[in-house]
Ligand binder design. Structure first.
Ligand code: SF4
Length: 240
């Protein structure tokens, strides 16, 4: 894993999970408008070479992509073909992007996508039941080699029973961070874990979020402890 490839920046709010988007929070600190979308200086990073002509990005890297935007954002349609070309050129690395706009995937795919590129993992965010029921049937019907589901920020109890199948490689769950973070209840996390155990799908509890409820008690958890507290719960599972 490395720091990732942030090829464009800026986004528009799209669904309930976006209400307290950290991109907006970060940009407002610098009096920037997070809705202004632009290509970053790192756009060509995956194919940059050193003086000896070797790629700077090491073969075998797992590259999280597009973490201050959405890879399928409409405003970025004009740049995406070039991004796909770079992803194809670096078939020795694996690229991961997470989207709420899975409804746009088909029209954003490169011509030679076929059943999916081997080196692309696509994650769909489902923050509540409504978005899970809306996005996952479509996600399940799409030709993608590696699929994961992200329930973050988890805003309510979600039942994924009808959406989990053997093509889903992992479900990742987390609460919301930031000053206005909404509550995340450990019981909701455990419900998703149970869904995954029943379908033999790996489950990861990534972070508690800032306002975490366990057994009816509210815990205010500082940012630096949100990941470690989730890890301490020791509830992650792997495929059996
Ligand atoms: S899709 Fe992601 S980056 Fe875009 S506004 Fe929503 S939370 Fe922020």
């Amino acid at each position: 894993m490395n720091n990732g490839w942030n090829l464009w920046h800026g986004c528009t709010k799209y669904s309930e999970g976006c209400a307290n988007c950290y991109v907006y929070r970060q940009d407002s600190r610098f009096e920037k408008d997070a809705q202004t979308v632009y290509q970053t200086k790192a756009f060509y990073w995956p194919i940059e070479k050193d003086k000896k002509g070797n790629y700077k990005l090491k073969a075998g890297s797992i590259v999280p992509t597009c973490f201050t935007s959405d890879f399928l954002l409409e405003e970025c349609d004009k740049w995406r073909d070039e991004a796909w070309q770079m992803i194809k050129e670096r078939s020795d690395c694996t690229f991961l992007f997470i989207t709420k706009r899975i409804v746009r995937l088909k029209k954003c795919l490169p011509e030679d996508w076929g059943n999916g590129y081997d080196n692309v993992i696509i994650g769909v965010t489902c923050e509540n039941q409504k978005r899970a029921d809306e996005r996952l049937p479509l996600f399940n019907s799409l030709p993608i080699k590696h699929k994961i589901i992200i329930c973050e920020p988890l805003l309510e109890e979600i039942d994924l029973t009808n959406h989990l199948n053997s093509s889903i490689e992992e479900v990742i769950v987390g609460g919301e961070s930031g000053e206005n973070a909404r509550l995340c209840d450990f019981a909701w996390v455990m419900k998703l874990r149970q869904n995954c155990i029943e379908k033999n799908i790996p489950f990861t509890f990534k972070q508690t979020g800032a306002r975490f409820i366990k057994d009816g008690k509210l815990y205010l958890i500082k940012r630096q402890f949100q990941h470690s507290q989730a890890k301490k719960a020791n509830i992650n599972t792997t495929k059996s």
